[in-house]
Design a protein around this ligand. Structure first.
Ligand SMILES: NC(=O)C1=CN([C@@H]2O[C@H](COP(=O)(O)OP(=O)(O)OC[C@H]3O[C@@H](n4cnc5c(N)ncnc54)[C@H](OP(=O)(O)O)[C@@H]3O)[C@@H](O)[C@H]2O)C=CC1
Ligand SMILES: O=C(O)[C@@H]1CCC=N1
Length: 297
């Protein structure tokens, strides 16, 4: 009998990554660390020989600079699309018509399921296509991913594919399975917000540096303060229940009457802090909506 390592699929199942950049690296390394996959079952296609060599130097042997050649070699593997959305059309053009992947996971922002199906007519129909939106913290196993797919009872054993994708995403952090109509909004928080959080932490440090604190101390302190605050929201040991309680409960605990923090709250509100953050989420989400519309053309 074929051995299985608990992911529901035989150990010999090949995972084929189209694109081998930051996201592919985070996912591959996270899955390997959790022994979900092994190097010998991973194939990667990249654009440049330089990137291919980087992967080979890390012990990956199945590395290609020609996607068609790779997909030809693994016509029934699990495919993970990890290229930029702008490159997707090019990838489609080098997709062999006889490939029959077990299922497909796409991490591309702004490329909806219906576009993926329409652009890959020869593989869709009886092939589950899953959208997964990981984030940069996946590279250290602290990602916050979202996943969506279209339920189709005609597809054989679709539930196993979804379960595999869920476990795959869990190798690099948490995963929320959500309807596609909310996917771009979730992407703005899960996928994009780490960039804004880095900006926020940088600004905290800048403020303290302006007031005389050393740069290194300010950076460490700011990062740890943000981490601790996030952990209080997620860890019930803080007495906070994220399902039922309002974030302001914790904010109010920090704001002593007549104290320092409330002065900072006042300054933030005066400068449109919350509105700026809300608008950033809406802007990122709308950009993904626009990208999806462009893709339809
Ligand atoms: N960065 C992030 O935080 C997140 C990104 N995403 C999504 O992940 C996807 C990838 O992003 P990211 O990993 O950051 O991008 P990168 O630029 O790091 O990686 C893109 C990869 O695609 C390869 N590539 C380019 N053209 C081709 C081609 N024709 N055939 C095969 N491979 C090709 C590149 O090769 P080479 O290395 O040789 O240039 C590179 O390895 C995007 O669609 C993005 O929307 C999703 C969530 C978060
Ligand atoms: O900026 C982007 O388009 C990608 C998707 C989410 C994070 N990075």
């Amino acid at each position: 009998m074929t051995k299985s390592s608990g992911n529901g699929f035989p150990d010999s199942t090949n995972l084929v990554f189209i694109g081998g950049g930051n996201m592919a690296a985070a996912l591959i390394k996270g899955c390997e660390k959790k022994e979900f996959i092994r190097k010998e079952n991973v194939s990667i296609s990249v654009q440049t020989e330089k990137s291919a060599q980087k992967w080979r130097n890390q012990g990956y042997q199945n590395v290609f600079t020609n996607t068609l050649e790779m997909l030809d070699k693994y016509p029934t593997a699990i495919y993970v699309i990890c290229v930029k959305p702008q490159v997707f059309e090019e990838v489609v053009s080098s997709w062999p018509v006889n490939s029959r992947p077990r299922f497909i996971i796409s991490v591309m922002a702004g490329v909806p399921l219906k576009t993926l199906s329409a652009k890959l007519p020869f593989v869709s129909g009886n092939t589950t296509i899953i959208r997964l939106m990981p984030n940069v913290a996946s590279s250290i196993g602290s990602g916050a991913s979202t996943l969506c797919y279209e339920k189709n009872e005609k597809i054989d054993d679709q539930a196993s594919s979804i379960e595999y994708a869920r476990k795959f995403a869990e190798c690099v952090g948490t995963v929320e399975i959500i309807p596609e109509r909310c996917f771009n909004a979730a992407m703005a928080i899960g996928g994009s917000s780490p960039a804004w959080t880095f900006m926020y932490i940088e600004s905290l440090a800048d403020g303290a540096v302006a007031q005389g604190l050393g740069r290194a101390e300010a950076k460490r302190l700011a990062a740890q303060a943000v981490l601790g605050a996030a952990q209080m929201l997620l860890n019930t040991d803080s007495g906070f229940d994220i399902e039922t309680q309002h974030f302001a409960l914790l904010k109010d605990k920090v704001c002593s009457p007549g104290g320092t923090t409330i002065e900072g709250v006042r300054a933030l509100e005066k400068n449109g802090f919350r509105s700026a953050v809300i608008e950033a989420v809406v802007a990122a989400s709308k950009k993904a909506d626009d990208m999806a519309k462009m893709m339809e053309k």
